[in-house]
Design a binder for this molecule. Structure first.
Ligand code: SF4
Length: 165
């Protein structure tokens, strides 16, 4: 599997405060950049060395293919996101809880880290799991669906995991 020394909060755009970025972001926000390419059998993300504006690549994706099926995008962490809880991101908490086995995985080199909301909030635990996170809702994968659902609590998630282990 879908968390950073930067601000401890996720301030709003349009203020003097630094903005944190979402590593599972929108493809079509004005500031969107490509974070990486989904690759290999498991669709894990290979990270770009430098950000590329999303607008520069979206036109090259064939019609009918959802851009987030093949690419991961980063955009501003926004206050109206269903995963926001105050200044925190509940999604990264679920991502970390859902995949305890990746605690020793290598953290990718990532151009977003210094401004990433997930890194700010959960540090290396987030980075180790980030490559396995899909920006798309996987209705065919029960655990991924549970993690992606903003109303899922950590207790519910832990209960689901405990029942299957
Ligand atoms: S709250 Fe989480 S999922 Fe939502 S925009 Fe911010 S970092 Fe992304």
């Amino acid at each position: 599997m879908t968390p950073h020394t930067a601000p401890k909060t996720a301030p709003e755009s349009g203020t003097d405060e630094p903005v944190t970025w979402c590593p599972s972001g929108a493809a079509d926000a004005p500031e969107s950049v490509v974070l990486g390419v989904r690759s290999g059998d498991g669709g894990e993300v290979i990270y770009l060395a430098d950000p590329v504006p999303a607008a520069d690549v979206l036109g090259a994706i064939p019609e009918g293919i959802e851009p987030r099926r093949v690419l991961r995008f980063a955009s501003h962490c926004v206050a109206n996101c269903a995963n926001r809880r105050g200044t925190q991101c509940s999604l990264v908490d679920r991502v970390v809880a859902a995949d305890p086995g990746r605690d020793t995985a290598a953290a990718p080199r990532c151009h977003l880290r210094a401004r990433c909301q997930w890194w700010t909030q959960a540090g290396l635990a987030a980075c180790r799991r980030c490559p396995a996170v899909s920006s798309l809702h996987h209705t065919d994968e029960e655990l991924a669906t549970l993690v992606a659902e903003p109303t899922t609590t950590l207790d519910q998630l832990n209960e689901w995991i405990a029942e299957r282990n």
